[in-house]
Design a binder for this molecule. Sequence first.
Ligand code: ATP
Length: 267
Amino acid sequence: METLVGQPVGATHGSAPAARLDAATVRFGTYTAIDKLDLELEAGAFYTILGPSGCGKSTLLRLVSDLIPAAGGDVSIFGKTTEEARLAREFAFVFQDAALLPWRSALKNVELPLEIGRKRGVAIPTGPRNPRELLELVGLKGRENALPHELSGGMRQRVAIARALLCQPKLLLMDEPFGALDEMTRDRLNLQLLDIWRETGTTILFVTHSISEAVFLGQKVIMLRANPGRLREIVDIDLPEPRQMKLRDTPEFNRYCSYLRELLETC
Ligand SMILES: Nc1ncnc2c1ncn2[C@@H]1O[C@H](COP(=O)(O)OP(=O)(O)OP(=O)(O)O)[C@@H](O)[C@H]1O
C-alpha cells in the first residue's frame, strides 16, 4: 500500500465534536468503572487510550458505542445521542478478535452488514468504496475468496477493518485490534491504519496497552487512571507527519514514551 502524505482529507464533520462526554459515569452494580468523565474528541483526529489494567478503557469504548448505558452524565456522538449515532451508523467497532464468520470468504465477511440489512429490509448507507475496493484499501487485493482460516491473524484483522469501514463511519472505535499480533505485523498494520486514517478522515479512538503504539499512532494520548476510571491527562503528540517507522528511533519519540511510562506508573 502506498503511503499517503499530508493532512487528513474529509476531516470536515461540521462543528460538533466526534464525541463529547460530560460527567459520564458507568456502574456495574455497586462498582463505579468510570466516574464523571469529561472528554471532548475533535472530529478527524486520532486518539489513543492508555491506562492501567481495569481503568475502564474498554468500558469507555462500549459506552461511546451504545453497548452499555451511562449511569449518569451525558454522552453525544457528532451531536447525537449514542443510540441515534448507532442507528445512523456514525461509528464502527473493531475488536481484538476479528470476529469473522469462518465459513464466509473475506469478501463475504465484508459484505455481511449489507446482507443483514437486506434481510431486515433496512437500507444500509455505504461509503464510496464497495467491499472489493475496501479489501484493496487494506492491502488484501487477490485474497477476496480466502476463508478466514486461510488468512494470517493480521490479514483477518484487516478484513475486520475493511468491514468496519463499509458504512464510512465518522468514528472508528478500536479495542486493542493488534494486541494479539506479532511485532512486525503490528508495525505494518500501524502504518496501514495511519494511511487509512489520512485517506478517510475518520476520527479514531484506539485502545492499546503498548506505550510506543500509542505514541506512534496518536495525535493525542488519553491517559486514564484506575479505581475509579477517570481522566489523568491528555498528552499532545507533536511529531513529524506522516509518521514512519524510523520515527521510533528518535529522541523526541522516546521522550514521549518515557513521559507516558512515568505517568502510567502513578495512575
Ligand atoms: N460487565 C461487567 N460487569 C462487572 N464489572 C465489569 C464489567 N465490565 C467491566 N467491568 C469492570 O470494570 C472495570 C473496567 O473494565 P475494562 O474492561 O473497561 O478495563 P480496561 O481498562 O479495558 O482493562 P484491561 O486493560 O485489563 O483490558 C474493571 O474493574 C472490570 O472488572
